[in-house]
Each structure stands twice: as structure tokens, then as C-alpha cells.
Design a protein around this ligand. Structure first.
Ligand SMILES: Cc1ncc(COP(=O)(O)O)c(C=O)c1O
Length: 395
């Protein structure tokens, strides 16, 4: 139990190192803008990459779901919370992504926790990318398996670890699909190859890839299937998680896997069993959102064009990271300076959050610019111009 005076000194220390966190209170959202402290700002902080959180046909679908099922989730999936609406969403994933089975969680965090802590045992080995999302790291730690982290995207280091435990049976490689704070992609073809070679399972958290990557927005597997031979590799050894809170624009997560794993989760996953099912009305919205993602290629094109435009307009190319996704961090590195630039942008009506440790490694503080189909070309130009000027003056 932490003592109150220890809390004081811990918070003071965070403040001294420019790492103290405070929440901003948002009092409105309207298209590309959010209202903070009574001011409307252009929002470059959202994971709503396709703008679907504001889509009116999705809103209507959710309201029709409320009319059918009411406002709440009512009880857990294993009691009476699992409705036909939840069941239908799990079926859609089979057709869209091509896994035998899938299961819904109420959030991406819970999905990672619920899956990894259930399938990993004490005698299992986990191999995790060092830049994986915190929810994956928490899940790996709680699983009590042997947790080995390899340097970011270093396939040679990963293979060396796998070689050491070649004869061990229970191995799980864990990775973000799109790395949440950097926007770069995991090397899925190589990870699939290594999983096959060393008889390991591969867990992919595609929170930021689903909706954005792939010809029909079906995420990182579709993105690489086109260019490589992943189709020939059985999905039996892949567990694929997509969150419904980012490009899908709602909330929750779907985990796609073989049927045996899904049956195990239903029976043993504490994070699945001991929580209320997601509100059923949201399933109607998710269904509509899936339809839009699959058919509306122009939304993806718009975002990709903005990404390209933004990268082209930034003068100091060394601030950019190698990312083709709407996550476009600008690596300022120093936490204090990052906060200062974020504040200056805010004064110009642009909301770009400063991301600092422990969310990112020490000395890699950044402005996490996230681009959305809700933006206009003018918004992107305004942001790039403001960043160019501020950064020039700061140097
Ligand atoms: C890679 C990744 N996984 C999981 C999550 C958690 O998802 P959720 O917000 O639905 O809990 C996030 C959220 O930011 C994420 O970036």
C-alpha cells in the first residue's frame, strides 16, 4: 500500500520531469473539431481515422438497436447478455477476415488480457516486440509465462530467441499490427514464417490496422496477403484481434481464431466471463460500420492522400517516422519541448497531444498527429505550416 506522503513525492517528481498527466475535459465533438475549455479546436488526436464515430447511418443503426434491446448490456455473455446481435457480429468476421471463429470483448484492453492470460501457461514462452501496446505487455506479465521482449521489429533477434527454445512446445509471438505510437507496420510475412518454422502461435493486435489497411480495409493480413503468400499459410496458428473503437468508430474488440481457442475462451477467460456483455445496440452500429469499411474505398483513399500530403509538407523530414498509416508522430524527443510545441499549436486552434514516457520510451517524446477522413485538405496544410514555423523557431 502506497503511503499518502509517498504519493505526494511521486507526483512532484513526475511534475519536475514534465511527465505529470492531466485529463482534458471535452465538452463537444463536431466533425473534425473538439471543444476544450470553451474553445473549438481542430482535432489531431483521435483514432477515429475514417470519421465513422460521427456517421449518421451508424447512429441510426445504434438507435434501432436500442429500440430492440434497450440501453444496457444487462448481464455477462454466459448468463443472458449474449444476444443475437452479438452472435451476428461474430459471424460477419468469419466472412470478412477468413477465420473459423471469433469472439467479442467489451474493449481491446480486455481482449488482449482475456486471450493471452488464458492461452499462456506457466511453462509457455512469450516473444513480444518491445514497442507493443501496454495492454499486451500487461497481459503477458499477468499470464505468468516466460516473457521475452525483442528489440522493435528485429526479426534476427526474435529468431535467436526462438532458436534457444526450439524444443519447447508452447510458444507465442505477440505483436501490434500497426504500432500505436509510431504508426509503422509489423513485419507480418516474416513473423508468420518464423511462427511456422518454430511451431509457435502468432498473436496480432491490429487495433490501428483494421479499417485502414488492405484493399477492403480488412487490416494488416489483407495488406500483406496481396503482396506475399500469406494465403498459403494456415490461419490456424494466428490469433488476430481488431478493436472496434478506432477506425470502426464504436467500442469493443473482436478476436478471430480457430474454434478450439474460442471455445476455451468462453469457458476459461476470466476477462470474458466476469464482465457485462457490450451493449447489444452497438452491434447494429458495428454491422453498419463494417459495411462502410468494406465498400467505401474513397474514405481510405482520402486518409491516405492526407497522410501523403502531410509528410510532403513537413520541412524537417528527420522528425517523421517511417509510417504509411494515419498515425504520423513527430519525434521531438525532449518531453518539455514536446509539451511546449503542443501548447503553441493549441493556441493556433490545433489539438495535437504530447505523448511522453511511460507511454513511449525515455527521450522519445513526440507529437502524435493522427489524421482522419473528417479533416479537410486545409486542416492538413494549416497543421504542417504551423509545425514548420514553430519547430524552426524552437531550433
Ligand atoms: C494497439 C492497441 N491495442 C489495444 C488497445 C486498447 O483498445 P481499447 O481502447 O478498445 O481498450 C489500444 C488502444 O489504444 C491500442 O492502441
Amino acid at each position: 500500500m502506497i503511503l499518502l506522503d509517498e504519493i505526494d513525492s511521486s507526483l512532484k517528481d513526475l511534475k519536475k520531469r514534465s511527465l505529470l498527466r492531466k485529463r482534458v475535459v471535452v465538452s463537444g465533438r463536431k466533425k473534425n473539431q473538439i471543444k476544450i475549455n470553451g474553445r473549438w479546436l481542430i482535432n489531431f488526436s483521435s483514432n477515429d481515422y475514417l470519421g465513422l464515430s460521427q456517421n449518421s447511418s451508424i447512429k441510426k443503426a445504434i438507435i434501432s438497436g436500442i429500440n430492440k434491446y434497450g440501453n444496457g448490456g444487462s448481464s455477462s455473455h454466459l448468463v443472458s447478455g449474449h444476444t443475437e446481435a452479438h452472435q451476428n457480429i461474430e459471424k460477419i468476421t468469419k466472412n470478412n477476415i477468413g477465420f473459423a471463429s471469433s469472439i467479442l470483448f467489451s474493449s481491446g484492453y480486455l481482449a488482449n488480457l482475456g486471450i493471452i492470460t488464458t492461452i499462456v501457461e506457466k511453462d509457455s514462452f512469450i516473444y513480444a516486440d518491445k514497442l507493443n501496446h501496454a495492454s499486451l505487455n500487461d497481459a503477458c506479465i499477468l499470464s505468468r509465462g516466460k516473457f521475452i521482449r525483442f528489440p522493435h521489429s528485429d526479426m534476427v533477434a526474435l529468431e535467436n530467441h526462438l532458436k534457444k527454445n526450439k524444443t519447447k512446445k508452447k510458444k507465442l509471438i505477440v505483436t501490434d499490427g500497426v504500432f500505436s505510437m509510431d504508426g509503422d507496420l509489423a513485419n507480418i510475412p516474416e513473423l508468420v514464417k518464423l511462427a511456422k518454422k518454430y511451431d509457435a502461435y502468432l498473436y496480432i493486435d491490429d487495433a490501428h490496422g483494421y479499417g485502414i489497411l488492405g484493399k477492403s480495409g480488412q487490416g494488416i493480413l489483407e495488406h500483406f496477403e496481396k503482396k506475399n503468400s500469406i494465403k498459403k499459410i494456415s490461419k490456424e496458428r494466428i490469433i488476430y484481434t481488431l478493436t472496434l473503437s478506432k477506425a470502426v468508430g464504436i467500442s469493443g474488440a473482436l478476436v478471430c481464431a480457430n474454434k478450439k481457442i474460442v471455445d476455451l475462451i468462453i469457458n476459461k477467460s476470466r476477462a470474458y466471463i466476469y464482465t457485462t456483455a457490450e451493449q447489444p445496440a452497438l452491434m447494429y452500429g458495428i454491422k453498419r460500420s463494417f459495411e462502410i469499411i468494406k465498400k467505401n474505398h474513397s474514405l481510405r483513399k482520402k486518409v491516405n492522400d492526407y497522410v501523403y500530403l502531410f509528410r510532403r509538407l513537413i520541412n524537417q523530414k528527420n522528425l517523421l517516422v517511417d509510417s504509411i498509416t494515419p498515425i504520423q508522430p513527430l519525434m521531438i524527443k525532449d518531453a518539455k519541448k514536446t509539451i511546449k510545441i503542443s501548447k503553441l499549436l493549441n493556441e493556433l486552434g490545433l489539438y495535437v497531444p504530447a505523448i511522453r514516457p511511460p507511454t513511449v520510451p525515455i527521450d522519445s517524446s513526440r507529437l502524435r498527429v493522427s489524421i482522419s477522413a473528417l479533416h479537410s485538405e486545409g486542416d492538413i496544410k494549416k497543421l504542417a505550416q504551423a509545425i514548420n514555423e514553430i519547430v524552426k523557431n524552437e531550433n
